[in-house]
Structures are given as C-alpha cells and as structure tokens.
Design a protein around this ligand. Sequence first.
Ligand SMILES: C[S@@+](CC[C@H](N)C(=O)[O-])C[C@H]1O[C@@H](n2cnc3c(N)ncnc32)[C@H](O)[C@@H]1O
Length: 395
Amino acid sequence: MSTMGCSGSGHFSARHHASQNPALEEHWGYVADPIRLERFRRSIGSVVRPGDRVADLGCGSGVLTLLSLQAAAGHVYAIDNSRMLAVARESIARCGFGDRVSFIQGRSQKVELPERVDVVLCDHVGWFGFDYDILALLADARRRFLKSDGVVIPSVIELKLAAVESEACRAVAERWSDADVPAAYRWLRHSSINSKHSVDLETRELLSPPADLGTLALRDDQPDYLSWSAQLRVERDGEVHGLGGWFDCELAAGVRMTNSPLATDRIDRPQVFLPIEAPLRVTAGDSLNATITARPADHLLGWSVAVPTTGQRFSHSTWQGMVLASDDLVRSNPDRVPRPSAEAAARAVVLSYCDGTRSVRDIEQAVLRDHPSLFPSRQEISLFVVQVLGRDTVL
Ligand SMILES: C[S@@+](CC[C@H](N)C(=O)[O-])C[C@H]1O[C@@H](n2cnc3c(N)ncnc32)[C@H](O)[C@@H]1O
C-alpha cells in the first residue's frame, strides 16, 4: 500500500516527518538521498569548470554549493530565503570553503549579484516537475544572473502521466468524507477532490503505461499558461481513481533524475495524484484522453479525463478546490476595515527602520532596543529581522 504525504506543501521529501525542526527534517531528506546526490555530483562535475562562477538558487543546506566547490568552482552565490542559509554557511565553513561562497538571504528574484555566472543550479523540480516555481526562478536567473553562454542545471524536464487505480490514493482524496469527520466539514471533500496530492505510487497501481505528456527545456522561456494532452492506454480491467504524474529530468548531458514509480533508481521524491470525482470502470484496451493545464506562477493546475467511446468526462482544477482564498475574503466585503496580522505588524516594525542609511546590524539593534518584546527571545527577534530583510528588501 502506498504511503501518503499531504498535498500542497512546499517540501518534496517523501521521508519528511513531523519534528521539532521541520526544516532540518526536510533538508535531511534531500541531503541523505544518495541517488539525488550522485546525479547532482555527476552533472555538476561535467558542467562546472575550474574557476567557474555558480549561482545556487534555493541552496537550502548548501549541498549543491558544496558539490560545486568540490568540482573546483571559483565562487558560488548561495541564495536561500529561509533560515537554512545559516546551516549552509556553517556546513560549508566546516569544509574550509567559506571564502569561496557569498551567502545571500532572500528570494532569488529579489537578489542582485555583482557579476554574471557560468552555471545556475536549482533543484526546484516539484513532484510533477514544474510545480515548485522552477520555471519562474530559472527565467529570472537566466535573464539577470547567467552569462550568455552559461548553463542551467537541470536542463530539461519531461512530464509523465498514467491512469491510477489505488484505494490508498483514493482514501487520501476522500478523507474529508470519512465517517470520523463531523458532518459539518464533509463539504471540504470538494476541495480535496480538486487538489493535487503527494503520493508514493506503486507499479501495480498504474492502469496504463506512462504517457509522455510534455517537455520543458529550461534554457528557454516558457509561456505563462501550459497545456498538454495525452492518450492513456489501459492495460488491464479496473477502476480509474485519478491520474498519476511525475518527472524524468535531464540534469546535464547524459545525467538524468526521476521520481518515476517504475524506476528502481528513482530519487526520494513523491509523485502527484490528481483525483477524479468517481471511480471510472475501464477494460484492457480502452483509451483515455487526459489533459493537464497549468499556470505555474499562480500555482493553478487543471486536469481532465475523458472516455471517447462512452462520452464520460471528469474535469477538475485546483482553482475549483480553493477555499477561503484571502483575497476572496477581502473582496467579498469591501467595507471591512483591515488590520495587519501580528506577523505583518512585526514585519512593518522591522521595515520602518529601513531608511536607506541603516545597515542590517543597525536595524537589528534598533529593533532589539525599541521592541524588546516583539518575540519571546532576543535570538528570535534577530532571526525575524534577518528573515524580513532577506525577503522584503533589495541590496
Ligand atoms: C527543495 S529545497 C532544495 C535545497 C537544496 N538546493 C538542495 O539541493 O538540497 C528548496 C530551497 O529553496 C528555498 N527557496 C524557495 N523559494 C525560494 C526563492 N524564491 N528564493 C530563494 N530560495 C528559495 C527554500 O527555502 C528551500 O530551502
């Protein structure tokens, strides 16, 4: 039986467990995945030349920065918008490479680099390949960071799609209609059926061989709206419960990385399950028309399954699954007087000190002096300041 993760969160590690420090647990999953590391080591080794400048977008623990330094990169710009940057800094320093790295806290789209780089690295390959902002991050980095003859890793993402029969996947999609859930909440099934779920599919749960859905060349700009269709050839009698999607990506020439349930050398990353409203009876030899549409910048995903011989059709989207989107709440009541949340108020305090003359140290000291009870400890205040300045300011 499959083990299931939750849908919609930002992390990909299948081995991510709840803990006191979820960020460390998540990154342990990336660092302790030997296949992923071996693929990145080989691709970085084949692309990075001695002395090269490298940008590592979303460096997290810094493990791809480390592989680049081991491949003799001259300098790495390690960029991350989370507190993991401190882990990267400490880990790289422990290897004696600290002087060849600039650690930059912030969203990569807001960061400026002092020079163009030879290689841009980014492991934002989502469960379904394109669904963790990789297209936007790379489009921006190609335009602002990369030399005209520079290289991006990964280079190509191929998307795969198959028909899935899985009671375990279905149970995840249907969990809001469980008998244990109070009746008042069962309406949320509609959201769950219109959500993408992260799952660990097993080969026996595939009713069709995977179809080639589409290819994204990461060297090129992609349209804002993506649309693909595929024919799924059913191989055995059964019930379609939804679609399974995953990626097979080329990191560099001759080096591939996949989360395919069919690959024995897959990395430790779940696939997506896209449910349909009701089980669909099929027999071996049937052909299904499936479509996938996406607007990655808005995290919108649509999917449909149709049986041409019977005319049956299911159509779903994360748009239909959205509940209580914050801007709906605002628009539905234009007379409402908005008040900033506690976090926004704290953020505003920090930003009020950014006057174009104060340094990060000055701002931190001013916040500690004037707002000693912003968070329970001085250390938490300092961390928050660094986080806000990394996210909401430019160099
Ligand atoms: C999937 S993890 C990859 C970590 C690391 N590259 C590795 O290979 O182990 C993605 C990291 O990117 C960071 N991140 C997400 N969006 C970002 C952005 N727009 N700019 C900078 N960092 C970002 C997250 O905080 C997280 O640490």
